[in-house]
Design a protein around this ligand. Sequence first.
Ligand code: C2E
Ligand code: CA
Ligand code: CA
Ligand code: CA
Length: 279
Amino acid sequence: AKAEGRNNYQFYSADLNRASEQRLELETALRHAVERDQLRLVYQPQYRLADGRLVGCEVLARWRHPELGEVPPGEFIPLAEETGQINAIGEWILRRACEQAGAWRQAGLPELTFAVNLSAIQFRRPTLTSEVGEILDQTGLPASQLELELTEGILMREAHNTLETLRLFKGMGIELSIDDFGTGYSNLAYLNRFSVDKLKIDQSFVRGLPNNPNDLAIVQAIIQMAHSLGLTVIAEGVETADQRDVLIENGCDQAQGYWFAKPLEVDEFERLWQSRPDC
Ligand code: C2E
Ligand code: CA
Ligand code: CA
Ligand code: CA
């Protein structure tokens, strides 16, 4: 048994070494991703449920490495956060999204909202609001067409600095939404202090619709409370017509998810927007 134990340890330690080597490799590769033009953005349509109208999109980052292939954002975003690379990458994402949105505006496409994810690390930078302002100026995108998605965690930490930053964004006319709502520890009354505009019901609650009574109760409660506070509600991860119907019945304002459309490449999204802006 002892020998076996030692063997296991050796396997384990070899695995660990390999894992940390791979991590280092990925980290180094990520360092060059922006300059080597390996990052791109995809756009997931967001629809108003009352009339099925396309009203916006969520901007999501993608990384294709020549040898590693597509690295999922669930892998490279946390890595970028741990190494601080998220500041440069996040700025690139924001700039690229606003440039694209500004170009579409120039081309005369109807107005949409572009929702960009912000990491908690980006939020700690004192220069964030002025960076965002500069990007809007340079790209000519009206602030009202930019939405920033924040997580509950951002709001719960460093409450003082957070309030100030959110006030500045609001003053600029930028929309603010709370991503993955219901998965953190905040409550709506508390959130109300932060002058957010929109809640995104996390897909873990949407998944259980229409049959799971707990998920249904949570979704109903979020919609009712959000509306009584004057907030817009969007459900994410909507994959079936049944889920969409329950959301409509309960007065949810907007939805996104595979049932409507996957995140689309830039030309695919443009085509959908021009040819069928209703779902
Ligand atoms: P998220 O912000 O919650 O984004 C929603 C995720 O759900 C996306 O995964 C999207 O592709 C996926 N999704 C959309 N519709 C459906 C559906 O109907 N069913 C299911 N099962 N999934 C759906 P993605 O693109 O892999 O992104 C994963 C996470 O990575 C994001 O979660 C976000 O936290 C992070 N992320 C992605 N892009 C960015 C970015 O540009 N900046 C930052 N800071 N984080 C990003
Ligand atoms: Ca998001
Ligand atoms: Ca989300
Ligand atoms: Ca999520």
